[in-house]
Design a protein around this ligand. Sequence first.
Ligand code: NAP
Length: 306
Amino acid sequence: MSVIYNRVALIGLGLIASSMFWAMKRKGLAGEITGYARSAETRDTARRIGLCDRVCDTANEAVQDADLVVLCVPVGVMGSVVAGIADDLKPGATLSDVGSVKRDVIDNVSPHLPDHVHFIPGHPIAGTEHSGPEAGFAELFDNRWLLLVPVEGSDPKAVAQLRALWEGMGSNVEEMEADHHDLVLAVTSHAPHLIAYTMVGVADDLRRVTDSEVIKYSAAGFRDFTRIAASDPTMWRDVFLTNKDATLEILGRFTEELFALQRAIRTGDGEHLHDYFTRTRAIRRGIIEAGQDTDAPDFGRGKASS
Ligand code: NAP
Protein backbone atom coordinates (compact mmCIF):
# COMPACT_ATOMS: atom_id res chain seq x y z
CA MET A 1 0.00 0.00 0.00
CA SER A 2 1.25 3.52 -0.68
CA VAL A 3 1.85 6.51 1.57
CA ILE A 4 -1.41 8.31 2.42
CA TYR A 5 0.03 11.15 4.53
CA ASN A 6 3.61 12.36 4.29
CA ARG A 7 3.76 13.34 7.93
CA VAL A 8 1.52 12.23 10.79
CA ALA A 9 1.68 13.51 14.38
CA LEU A 10 0.26 11.47 17.26
CA ILE A 11 -0.52 13.50 20.38
CA GLY A 12 -0.70 11.19 23.39
CA LEU A 13 1.19 7.89 23.16
CA GLY A 14 -1.03 5.28 24.78
CA LEU A 15 -2.82 2.15 23.60
CA ILE A 16 -4.59 3.75 20.63
CA ALA A 17 -1.72 5.93 19.38
CA SER A 18 0.79 3.10 19.62
CA SER A 19 -1.57 0.73 17.80
CA MET A 20 -2.01 3.38 15.09
CA PHE A 21 1.74 3.73 14.76
CA TRP A 22 2.32 -0.01 14.35
CA ALA A 23 -0.67 -0.34 12.01
CA MET A 24 0.58 2.52 9.79
CA LYS A 25 4.09 1.05 9.75
CA ARG A 26 2.76 -2.40 8.85
CA LYS A 27 1.46 -1.05 5.54
CA GLY A 28 3.75 1.96 5.02
CA LEU A 29 0.84 4.40 5.18
CA ALA A 30 2.80 7.41 6.45
CA GLY A 31 6.13 8.98 5.54
CA GLU A 32 7.24 10.17 8.97
CA ILE A 33 5.32 9.70 12.21
CA THR A 34 6.09 12.03 15.09
CA GLY A 35 4.75 11.64 18.60
CA TYR A 36 4.33 13.51 21.85
CA ALA A 37 3.17 12.46 25.32
CA ARG A 38 2.77 14.59 28.42
CA SER A 39 5.23 12.77 30.70
CA ALA A 40 8.96 12.33 30.16
CA GLU A 41 8.51 8.74 31.32
CA THR A 42 6.12 7.91 28.46
CA ARG A 43 8.33 9.72 25.95
CA ASP A 44 11.35 7.74 27.17
CA THR A 45 9.43 4.47 26.89
CA ALA A 46 8.33 5.40 23.37
CA ARG A 47 11.93 6.11 22.35
CA ARG A 48 13.11 2.85 23.90
CA ILE A 49 10.58 0.69 22.05
CA GLY A 50 10.84 2.55 18.73
CA LEU A 51 7.33 3.97 18.95
CA CYS A 52 7.30 6.87 16.46
CA ASP A 53 10.03 7.85 14.04
CA ARG A 54 10.64 10.91 16.19
CA VAL A 55 9.40 11.53 19.74
CA CYS A 56 9.21 15.26 20.50
CA ASP A 57 9.40 17.00 23.87
CA THR A 58 6.57 19.37 23.02
CA ALA A 59 3.30 18.92 21.16
CA ASN A 60 4.10 22.07 19.17
CA GLU A 61 7.25 20.50 17.78
CA ALA A 62 5.46 17.23 17.01
CA VAL A 63 2.77 18.91 14.86
CA GLN A 64 5.20 21.07 12.80
CA ASP A 65 4.56 20.36 9.11
CA ALA A 66 2.24 17.47 9.92
CA ASP A 67 -0.38 16.71 7.25
CA LEU A 68 -2.43 14.77 9.81
CA VAL A 69 -2.54 15.36 13.56
CA VAL A 70 -4.40 12.79 15.65
CA LEU A 71 -5.35 13.58 19.24
CA CYS A 72 -4.99 10.36 21.26
CA VAL A 73 -5.45 11.83 24.74
CA PRO A 74 -8.35 11.45 27.21
CA VAL A 75 -11.56 13.14 26.06
CA GLY A 76 -11.52 15.71 28.87
CA VAL A 77 -8.26 17.35 27.73
CA MET A 78 -8.81 17.45 23.93
CA GLY A 79 -9.83 21.13 23.95
CA SER A 80 -6.89 22.36 26.01
CA VAL A 81 -4.44 20.30 23.95
CA VAL A 82 -5.73 21.89 20.72
CA ALA A 83 -5.58 25.37 22.29
CA GLY A 84 -1.87 24.74 22.83
CA ILE A 85 -1.04 23.58 19.28
CA ALA A 86 -3.51 25.58 17.14
CA ASP A 87 -0.92 28.16 16.05
CA ASP A 88 1.47 25.44 14.90
CA LEU A 89 -0.93 23.51 12.68
CA LYS A 90 0.07 23.57 9.03
CA PRO A 91 -2.40 25.21 6.60
CA GLY A 92 -4.42 22.47 4.88
CA ALA A 93 -3.63 19.92 7.59
CA THR A 94 -6.27 17.53 8.92
CA LEU A 95 -6.87 17.41 12.65
CA SER A 96 -8.58 14.28 13.96
CA ASP A 97 -9.02 12.49 17.28
CA VAL A 98 -9.84 9.02 18.57
CA GLY A 99 -11.94 10.02 21.59
CA SER A 100 -14.73 7.74 22.78
CA VAL A 101 -17.21 10.65 22.96
CA LYS A 102 -17.81 12.97 20.02
CA ARG A 103 -20.16 15.88 20.81
CA ASP A 104 -18.08 17.09 23.75
CA VAL A 105 -14.85 16.86 21.76
CA ILE A 106 -16.36 18.82 18.86
CA ASP A 107 -17.70 21.52 21.22
CA ASN A 108 -14.40 21.89 23.03
CA VAL A 109 -12.03 21.68 20.07
CA SER A 110 -13.94 23.81 17.53
CA PRO A 111 -13.44 27.21 19.23
CA HIS A 112 -9.66 26.82 18.99
CA LEU A 113 -9.49 25.72 15.35
CA PRO A 114 -7.78 27.90 12.76
CA ASP A 115 -9.83 28.31 9.53
CA HIS A 116 -7.15 26.64 7.43
CA VAL A 117 -7.38 23.25 9.18
CA HIS A 118 -9.81 20.38 8.40
CA PHE A 119 -11.28 19.00 11.60
CA ILE A 120 -12.56 15.42 11.17
CA PRO A 121 -13.29 13.65 14.47
CA GLY A 122 -13.07 9.85 14.59
CA HIS A 123 -13.50 6.93 16.96
CA PRO A 124 -12.06 3.43 16.56
CA ILE A 125 -14.43 0.85 18.06
CA ALA A 126 -11.50 -1.22 19.19
CA GLY A 127 -9.56 -1.38 22.40
CA THR A 128 -8.39 -3.47 25.28
CA GLU A 129 -8.30 -2.98 29.05
CA HIS A 130 -4.57 -2.19 28.80
CA SER A 131 -3.18 1.29 28.40
CA GLY A 132 0.10 3.06 27.82
CA PRO A 133 2.70 3.08 25.02
CA GLU A 134 3.58 -0.60 25.37
CA ALA A 135 -0.01 -1.80 25.11
CA GLY A 136 -0.43 -1.16 21.37
CA PHE A 137 -0.26 -3.69 18.53
CA ALA A 138 -0.66 -3.43 14.77
CA GLU A 139 -3.71 -5.69 14.54
CA LEU A 140 -5.93 -3.80 17.00
CA PHE A 141 -8.08 -2.22 14.29
CA ASP A 142 -8.32 -5.22 11.95
CA ASN A 143 -11.96 -5.80 10.98
CA ARG A 144 -13.11 -3.32 13.64
CA TRP A 145 -15.29 -0.29 12.95
CA LEU A 146 -13.92 3.20 12.72
CA LEU A 147 -16.58 5.87 12.97
CA LEU A 148 -15.82 9.17 11.28
CA VAL A 149 -17.87 12.10 12.50
CA PRO A 150 -17.33 14.91 9.98
CA VAL A 151 -18.39 18.34 11.20
CA GLU A 152 -20.29 20.89 9.13
CA GLY A 153 -18.25 21.94 6.12
CA SER A 154 -15.73 19.08 6.36
CA ASP A 155 -13.89 18.85 3.04
CA PRO A 156 -14.94 15.58 1.29
CA LYS A 157 -11.39 15.10 -0.06
CA ALA A 158 -9.89 15.37 3.42
CA VAL A 159 -12.54 12.95 4.74
CA ALA A 160 -11.75 10.46 1.93
CA GLN A 161 -8.03 10.65 2.73
CA LEU A 162 -8.60 9.95 6.42
CA ARG A 163 -10.97 7.11 5.52
CA ALA A 164 -8.24 5.60 3.32
CA LEU A 165 -5.77 5.74 6.21
CA TRP A 166 -8.12 3.89 8.59
CA GLU A 167 -8.99 1.33 5.93
CA GLY A 168 -5.26 0.83 5.43
CA MET A 169 -4.95 0.22 9.18
CA GLY A 170 -7.51 -2.59 8.86
CA SER A 171 -10.74 -0.83 9.87
CA ASN A 172 -14.16 -0.81 8.28
CA VAL A 173 -15.13 2.86 8.11
CA GLU A 174 -18.55 4.43 8.51
CA GLU A 175 -19.69 8.01 8.97
CA MET A 176 -22.02 8.98 11.78
CA GLU A 177 -23.50 12.14 13.26
CA ALA A 178 -22.04 13.14 16.66
CA ASP A 179 -25.14 12.90 18.89
CA HIS A 180 -26.15 9.61 17.33
CA HIS A 181 -22.63 8.31 17.89
CA ASP A 182 -22.79 9.22 21.57
CA LEU A 183 -26.14 7.45 22.02
CA VAL A 184 -25.01 4.29 20.18
CA LEU A 185 -21.83 4.16 22.24
CA ALA A 186 -23.72 4.75 25.48
CA VAL A 187 -25.62 1.53 24.71
CA THR A 188 -22.78 -0.58 23.37
CA SER A 189 -19.88 0.58 25.50
CA HIS A 190 -20.37 3.27 28.12
CA ALA A 191 -23.31 1.82 30.10
CA PRO A 192 -21.85 -1.74 29.95
CA HIS A 193 -18.59 -0.43 31.38
CA LEU A 194 -20.40 1.27 34.24
CA ILE A 195 -22.34 -1.91 34.94
CA ALA A 196 -19.11 -3.93 34.96
CA TYR A 197 -17.48 -1.41 37.31
CA THR A 198 -20.52 -1.71 39.59
CA MET A 199 -20.61 -5.50 39.53
CA VAL A 200 -16.93 -5.76 40.37
CA GLY A 201 -17.38 -3.16 43.10
CA VAL A 202 -20.24 -5.17 44.62
CA ALA A 203 -18.28 -8.39 44.45
CA ASP A 204 -15.33 -6.65 46.06
CA ASP A 205 -17.56 -5.96 49.07
CA LEU A 206 -18.69 -9.59 49.12
CA ARG A 207 -15.13 -10.81 48.92
CA ARG A 208 -14.53 -9.70 52.48
CA VAL A 209 -17.38 -11.92 53.55
CA THR A 210 -16.66 -14.95 51.42
CA ASP A 211 -12.90 -14.95 51.84
CA SER A 212 -11.59 -14.83 48.25
CA GLU A 213 -14.07 -17.28 46.76
CA VAL A 214 -15.13 -14.55 44.34
CA ILE A 215 -11.63 -14.61 42.85
CA LYS A 216 -11.24 -18.37 43.04
CA TYR A 217 -14.47 -19.14 41.19
CA SER A 218 -14.43 -16.06 38.96
CA ALA A 219 -14.58 -18.06 35.71
CA ALA A 220 -18.31 -18.49 36.26
CA GLY A 221 -18.89 -15.10 34.60
CA PHE A 222 -17.45 -12.55 36.99
CA ARG A 223 -14.04 -12.77 35.30
CA ASP A 224 -15.37 -11.13 32.15
CA PHE A 225 -16.69 -8.20 34.18
CA THR A 226 -13.29 -7.81 35.84
CA ARG A 227 -11.59 -7.49 32.45
CA ILE A 228 -13.81 -4.57 31.50
CA ALA A 229 -13.57 -3.03 34.95
CA ALA A 230 -9.77 -3.00 34.70
CA SER A 231 -9.95 -0.29 32.00
CA ASP A 232 -8.14 3.00 32.45
CA PRO A 233 -9.74 5.12 35.22
CA THR A 234 -8.90 8.50 33.64
CA MET A 235 -10.29 7.57 30.25
CA TRP A 236 -13.52 6.24 31.73
CA ARG A 237 -14.01 9.09 34.17
CA ASP A 238 -13.84 11.43 31.18
CA VAL A 239 -16.23 9.30 29.11
CA PHE A 240 -18.95 9.49 31.78
CA LEU A 241 -18.42 13.19 32.47
CA THR A 242 -18.60 14.06 28.77
CA ASN A 243 -21.33 11.67 27.59
CA LYS A 244 -23.57 12.42 30.53
CA ASP A 245 -27.02 12.68 28.92
CA ALA A 246 -26.88 9.58 26.72
CA THR A 247 -25.33 7.45 29.46
CA LEU A 248 -27.91 8.54 32.04
CA GLU A 249 -30.71 7.84 29.54
CA ILE A 250 -29.49 4.29 28.95
CA LEU A 251 -28.81 3.64 32.63
CA GLY A 252 -32.39 4.76 33.36
CA ARG A 253 -33.69 2.13 30.96
CA PHE A 254 -31.30 -0.43 32.38
CA THR A 255 -32.61 0.20 35.90
CA GLU A 256 -36.21 -0.26 34.72
CA GLU A 257 -35.37 -3.58 33.06
CA LEU A 258 -33.45 -4.69 36.12
CA PHE A 259 -36.48 -3.96 38.31
CA ALA A 260 -38.68 -5.97 35.91
CA LEU A 261 -36.29 -8.92 36.10
CA GLN A 262 -36.10 -8.61 39.87
CA ARG A 263 -39.89 -8.75 40.01
CA ALA A 264 -39.93 -11.80 37.71
CA ILE A 265 -37.51 -13.59 40.02
CA ARG A 266 -39.48 -12.61 43.14
CA THR A 267 -42.83 -13.68 41.67
CA GLY A 268 -41.43 -16.82 40.03
CA ASP A 269 -42.29 -15.60 36.52
CA GLY A 270 -40.14 -18.10 34.63
CA GLU A 271 -41.75 -17.25 31.32
CA HIS A 272 -40.59 -13.64 31.54
CA LEU A 273 -37.06 -14.73 32.39
CA HIS A 274 -36.96 -17.35 29.63
CA ASP A 275 -38.30 -14.95 26.98
CA TYR A 276 -35.84 -12.30 28.04
CA PHE A 277 -32.83 -14.61 27.93
CA THR A 278 -33.93 -15.95 24.53
CA ARG A 279 -33.91 -12.40 23.14
CA THR A 280 -30.46 -11.65 24.57
CA ARG A 281 -29.03 -14.87 23.19
CA ALA A 282 -30.10 -13.78 19.69
CA ILE A 283 -28.15 -10.53 20.11
CA ARG A 284 -25.00 -12.52 20.90
CA ARG A 285 -25.58 -14.61 17.78
CA GLY A 286 -25.86 -11.41 15.72
CA ILE A 287 -22.51 -10.13 17.02
CA ILE A 288 -20.80 -13.38 16.06
CA GLU A 289 -22.41 -13.43 12.62
CA ALA A 290 -21.18 -9.86 12.09
CA GLY A 291 -17.62 -11.09 12.76
CA GLN A 292 -17.24 -8.89 15.85
CA ASP A 293 -16.44 -11.74 18.26
CA THR A 294 -15.48 -15.40 18.35
CA ASP A 295 -17.99 -18.23 18.71
CA ALA A 296 -15.39 -20.34 20.53
CA PRO A 297 -16.52 -21.49 23.99
CA ASP A 298 -15.29 -19.15 26.74
CA PHE A 299 -14.01 -16.69 24.09
CA GLY A 300 -11.48 -19.26 22.90
CA ARG A 301 -9.59 -19.28 26.19
CA GLY A 302 -9.09 -22.99 25.85
CA LYS A 303 -10.25 -25.18 28.69
CA ALA A 304 -13.95 -24.67 29.33
CA SER A 305 -14.09 -23.32 32.84
CA SER A 306 -17.49 -21.99 33.73
P1 NAP B 1 -3.84 5.70 27.28
O1 NAP B 1 -3.24 4.41 26.86
O2 NAP B 1 -4.16 5.91 28.73
O3 NAP B 1 -2.91 6.92 26.78
C1 NAP B 1 -3.28 8.23 26.95
C2 NAP B 1 -2.15 9.13 26.49
O4 NAP B 1 -2.58 10.49 26.63
C3 NAP B 1 -0.89 8.98 27.29
O5 NAP B 1 0.21 9.01 26.43
C4 NAP B 1 -0.89 10.22 28.17
O6 NAP B 1 0.38 10.69 28.47
C5 NAP B 1 -1.56 11.22 27.27
N1 NAP B 1 -2.14 12.34 28.00
C6 NAP B 1 -3.00 12.29 29.04
N2 NAP B 1 -3.33 13.53 29.42
C7 NAP B 1 -2.65 14.37 28.61
C8 NAP B 1 -2.55 15.77 28.51
N3 NAP B 1 -3.24 16.57 29.33
N4 NAP B 1 -1.74 16.29 27.55
C9 NAP B 1 -1.04 15.49 26.74
N5 NAP B 1 -1.09 14.15 26.79
C10 NAP B 1 -1.88 13.61 27.72
O7 NAP B 1 -5.20 5.99 26.50
P2 NAP B 1 -5.84 5.28 25.21
O8 NAP B 1 -6.53 4.04 25.65
O9 NAP B 1 -4.84 5.23 24.12
O10 NAP B 1 -7.00 6.33 24.90
C11 NAP B 1 -6.74 7.51 24.18
C12 NAP B 1 -8.04 8.03 23.61
O11 NAP B 1 -8.63 7.01 22.82
C13 NAP B 1 -9.09 8.43 24.65
O12 NAP B 1 -9.71 9.62 24.25
C14 NAP B 1 -10.08 7.28 24.62
O13 NAP B 1 -11.38 7.73 24.92
C15 NAP B 1 -9.97 6.80 23.19
N6 NAP B 1 -10.27 5.38 22.96
C16 NAP B 1 -9.81 4.43 23.83
C17 NAP B 1 -10.13 3.09 23.60
C18 NAP B 1 -9.66 2.02 24.57
O14 NAP B 1 -10.20 0.92 24.60
N7 NAP B 1 -8.64 2.25 25.36
C19 NAP B 1 -10.87 2.71 22.49
C20 NAP B 1 -11.29 3.71 21.58
C21 NAP B 1 -10.98 5.04 21.84
P3 NAP B 1 1.22 10.15 29.73
O15 NAP B 1 1.47 8.70 29.46
O16 NAP B 1 2.44 10.95 29.67
O17 NAP B 1 0.36 10.38 30.94
